[in-house]
Write a protein that binds this ligand. Structure first.
Ligand code: PLP
Length: 401
């Protein structure tokens, strides 16, 4: 599918012909057919799943469970290892909810200074309650995670490694396979936050060998309100249930509860049925794309953005060598929020601030955060040219350059 055809798949461009959307790391635009599939379910049926014994209920259940199969195939997992959640955040919290089973007092969780709050805060929160230590892989001079620096802090107290695959601020692809191998040698489990990598990298959980992995539907052109937790089956079975309620028990009485097996044990209540169906459609769209071609396209636009921005006096780019479409920068003397108002005047949608990565903001020494442009498959040269023009205007208007 070429770029022109890709843009046709997103009504956003018909409805916003003059907008340059460069905020796909916050959320990707929604693939029309994913939304149509959801609407179809609501208009033609809309019934609950796993409960009724009538035909429509059977068909809706089938569609929901087929969506699970699509997700499983997409990342090379088994359907029973796929839990639908409301997003990556809930998936990551679900694992941390069992922190006491994975790490004890005086033991250690390794994480990184690049993390999104969703991956790190659940563990910081539990560390206060359970008395384990959270230690950080120091970033190198380019703010990258290296295997060498990981080795320096890995030790026999390490029980959990929680790490992002691609940082939402820096866009670097982290060396997960090597880190996982080393972590497993120490007997630690690895939890991978794949919220940003899922759009750019063909993920194979068996190859990466991570124990848990989380992502959200809305970052892969699908709906909001749905995400995925993958876990190795034996580990998932050991985790505490996250919520209790309807459909996740096989038997409940006054004295005992017998939970269903995974994945249903973790899907209490009426699940996001339409969203699961929409997510499956978005994944089929992703599977129809040539990863190499889309990645090359994104990298070309990113290089153009980096080249253009770096020529502007007063601009500092924090990740000029990022692996995908994320460019984080500042203009001397210009608060990122002020800069973003200029970008908006040029109809350029970018994000400013901390990007929910509070610790990284401290490491970068940028108290106001950064301006982040994030490029996706549907962006083109004009989007990047508008970004550069707006940055020039912000630098001259606020920065006096
Ligand atoms: C790296 C990373 N992890 C986790 C999340 C959380 O995803 P969600 O807000 O969809 O739960 C995000 C969202 O921005 C992210 O970029």
């Amino acid at each position: 599918m070429n770029l022109k055809d890709i843009r046709k798949e997103f009504s956003f461009f018909k409805n916003n012909p003059n907008v340059h959307y460069l905020d796909s790391a916050a959320t990707a635009l929604k693939y029309d057919k994913a939304i149509e599939k959801m609407t179809d379910y609501y208009l033609k049926s809309g019934v609950n799943i796993h409960r009724g014994s009538y035909k429509l209920a059977y068909l809706a259940t089938k569609e929901y469970e087929e969506a699970r199969e699509v997700v499983a195939r997409f990342i090379n997992a088994e359907p029973s290892e796929i839990i639908f959640t409301k997003g990556a955040t809930q998936a990551l919290n679900l694992v941390a909810n069992s922190a006491n089973l994975l790490v004890g007092t005086n033991e250690e969780v390794i994480t990184t200074e690049q993390e999104h709050n969703s991956s790190i805060l659940p563990w910081l929160d539990k560390s206060q309650e359970l008395g384990f230590k959270v230690v950080y892989i120091p970033l190198n001079e380019e703010y990258k995670i290296t295997v060498e620096n990981f080795k320096k802090i890995l030790n026999d107290k390490t029980k959990v490694v929680v790490i992002n695959h691609v940082s939402n601020v820096l866009g670097y692809l982290n060396p997960i396979k090597e880190i996982t191998k080393l972590a497993h040698k120490q007997g630690a489990v690895v939890i991978l936050d794949a919220a940003q990598s899922i759009t750019n990298v063909k993920i194979d959980v068996k190859d990466l060998d991570v124990d848990f992995l989380a992502f959200s539907g809305h970052k892969i052109y699908g709906p909001n309100g749905i995400g995925v937790l993958y876990g190795k089956k034996d580990l998932l079975r050991k985790l505490h249930v996250y919520e209790v309620g309807g459909e996740m028990v096989s038997k409940a009485s006054k004295d005992a509860i017998i939970y269903q097996d995974v994945p249903h044990k973790f899907e209490a209540g009426t699940p996001p049925i339409a969203e699961a169906i929409g997510l499956a459609e978005a994944i089929k769209f992703m599977e129809s794309l040539d990863y190499q071609k889309t990645t090359d396209h994104i990298k070309k636009l990113k290089a153009k953005a980096v080249a253009g921005l770096s020529k502007i006096k007063g601009v500092t780019i924090y990740n000029p060598t990022s692996d995908f479409g994320i460019v984080s920068f500042n203009i001397d003397g210009v608060h990122p929020h002020d800069a973003s108002s200029v970008f908006d005047e040029f109809n350029v949608c970018i994000r400013s601030g901390h990007h929910c990565a509070s610790i990284l903001t401290e490491v970068l020494g940028t108290p106001g955060g950064t301006v982040r442009a994030s490029i996706s498959i549907y962006n083109d040269d004009k989007d990047i040219e508008a970004l550069i023009e707006a940055a020039k205007k912000a630098a001259s208007f606020f920065g006096g350059f």
